[in-house]
Design a protein around this ligand. Structure first.
Ligand SMILES: CSC[C@@H](O)[C@@H](O)C(=O)COP(=O)(O)O
Length: 342
């Protein structure tokens, strides 16, 4: 099993996702600044993984605070929370984890040292819970996959796998469960421009587990569907509004449109911590815009002539009506029925 975030010898170790598949390297993180940098530069990425990393980041910040005074401690901890909140705006799990750590600190009785111990335990719990949640999503997802054909060909976008969570994955968790249940014949992985999480990370995870995987460029999906090569689409999510509108990696929306045009079921797999009930619709979701360099170059190779303008939104919002089911750890529901989880 792949675990992208490990707590060992009083430090956090992250699998450096900017290096895979060329190199498997662990980065040791001891300070909150380094965790904030790791999230911002995508050494760790994927909504649930960012949440788990932020939880450990809050503990790393907490242990740097030198005071016995609880009010001063809480004030400094809130400041560290602000630092982490500024790393990436779209994945709500980041904010969810920071808020949970702050609430735990506020509600814990005892000395500052005791609160620090409880915060470490809470970060470890968030880590463990996420692995169990993903396994539950995998099992629940299996129940709603199309009954035929027996062996499915599933298309996914970006990486919503073990690397994007504490382990097992959401969309790729359902795919893993389908593989174990002998309901899967092949994964089609969109390469996912501009950062190529599909070509690099999803393909790497599938190869690790011996799951047959075909990488296609993003603009091949409609063609593959028309040729009858795809039975279902499963993607992850970064933030889901109360009405089921779903922000996920850029390109997810067009994939949902072409799936609808070909009458192919389109599933979103995500934990409840990805649902933001404070937002009525997806129009309110903040979309991260990233460095233009991600668009104008691949590796060190510049693709475009000088004098060109660029636009680089990292996510888009798929309207709820294009989503067949949202698969959570408590079961799969119609996007309009999320309120039952509030
Ligand atoms: C289980 S991860 C779900 C999403 O976070 C994933 O699909 C995605 O869009 C990741 O984006 P990234 O920019 O790589 O963090």
């Amino acid at each position: 099993m792949i675990y992208p975030i490990l707590w060992q010898d009083d430090s956090v170790f992250l699998i450096d996702q900017t290096r895979i598949p060329a190199e498997y390297r662990l980065v040791k993180i001891d300070r909150i600044e380094d965790m904030a940098h790791g999230i911002k530069t995508m050494i760790v990425r994927g909504a649930p993984a960012i949440g788990v990393a932020a939880a450990y980041g809050m503990y790393l910040g907490a242990r740097e605070i030198e005071t016995d005074n609880k009010s001063i401690f809480l004030e400094k901890l809130a400041f560290f929370g602000q630092q982490l909140r500024q790393t990436r705006p779209t994945a709500v799990n980041l904010f969810w984890a920071i808020d949970r750590m702050l609430k735990t600190a506020q509600e814990t009785e005892g000395t500052v040292e005791q609160i620090k111990t409880v915060l470490l335990e809470t970060a470890k719990t968030i880590n463990q819970e996420d692995i169990q949640t993903c396994q539950a999503i995998g099992d629940k997802g299996l129940e709603v996959l199309p009954p035929s054909p027996q062996k499915l060909r599933i298309l996914t976008h970006c990486n919503a796998g073990a690397l994007a969570t504490a382990g097992y994955g959401t969309a790729l968790g359902v795919i893993r469960s389908a593989w174990k249940a002998e309901r899967l014949v092949r994964v089609y992985a969109d390469e996912t421009r501009p950062r190529l999480q599909g070509a690099k990370l999803t393909a790497w995870e599938c190869v690790q587990e011996g799951i047959p995987v075909t990488v296609i460029t993003d603009n091949m999906a409609a063609h593959c569907m028309k040729k009858g090569m795809i039975d279902a689409v499963i993607v992850g999510a970064d933030r889901i509004a109360a009405n089921g509108d779903t922000a996920n990696k850029i390109g997810t929306y067009s994939l949902a449109l072409v799936a609808k045009a070909h009458q192919i079921p389109f599933f979103v797999a995500a934990p409840l911590s990805t649902i933001d009930f404070q937002l009525a619709t997806g129009a309110e979701i903040t979309i991260e815009e990233r460095d233009f360099a991600e668009v104008y170059q691949v590796g060190d190779t510049v693709l475009t002539p000088p004098g060109v303008d660029f636009y680089n939104p990292a996510f888009d919002v798929t309207p709820a009506e294009l989503i067949t089911k949202i698969i959570t750890e408590y079961g799969a529901v119609n996007p309009g029925d999320l309120k039952q989880f509030q």
